[in-house]
Design a protein around this ligand. Structure first.
Ligand SMILES: [Zn+2]
Length: 197
């Protein structure tokens, strides 16, 4: 049995099972150059955060299957009817209506370009991406938003054509399951666990 708590939803309710707060024993902090006198303790704590995706769940599920889902406002009364959002937005920011979920994989594959980028040599706690992290803002034909993601191979440049890749093998169901590579990258060069779809 896992030492970590797990969650399922049944009959419309979150059912949690197991431990969500784990305490491990303290360790003394001692001062080596003063006869190992006690100066403090470490307090290891392990906490599980339950992150509910709500209406965005379809987006993360689709990444694990090599698909990019966007959303579109189809409200006939909206001034900006037809707007397509990626990152996925549950609601239209202009009319607040519920958007339609659309499969946008082919348009992403055929039109994605680097709008701008930044390269980070350092990262915060719990970083799982290889450093330096090449963050790219990706733009697509017909999409009114810009997607923040990361380039897995090569050096980013503005206007560069990029192709989506997906962590379809052991997906994490987070945004890092989606990444990008330069157009023309051979399948054999992709990072472990990633495929073109
Ligand atoms: Zn709208």
């Amino acid at each position: 049995m896992s030492i970590y708590g797990t969650v399922q939803v049944k009959d419309g309710k979150y059912r949690i099972k197991g431990d969500f707060h784990n305490i491990t024993p303290n360790m003394p902090i001692r001062k080596a150059d003063e006869g190992w006198r006690l100066v403090g303790v470490t307090n290891p704590r392990d906490m599980i955060y339950i992150h509910s995706y709500g209406g965005e769940a379809v987006f993360f599920e689709s990444l694990s299957k090599g698909k990019i889902h966007a959303s579109r406002c189809d409200n006939p009364d909206c001034e900006f009817k037809g707007s397509i959002f990626l990152p996925f937005r549950i609601h239209c920011p202009d009319c607040l209506g519920r958007n339609t979920v659309i499969d946008h994989t082919d348009i992403c594959r055929n039109t994605a370009r680097v709008h701008t980028f930044m390269v980070c040599e350092r990262s915060g706690a719990f970083n799982t991406l290889d450093k330096p992290i090449k963050f790219v803002n990706v733009e697509f034909d017909g999409v009114c938003t810009i997607l923040m993601s990361y380039l897995s191979i090569g050096e980013p440049r503005i206007g560069m054509r990029v192709i989506p890749i997906f962590r379809t093998i052991s997906p994490t169901y987070t945004i890092t399951d989606l990444s990008w590579v330069p157009e023309g990258t051979p399948a054999g060069d992709l990072p472990e666990g990633f495929t073109f779809g």
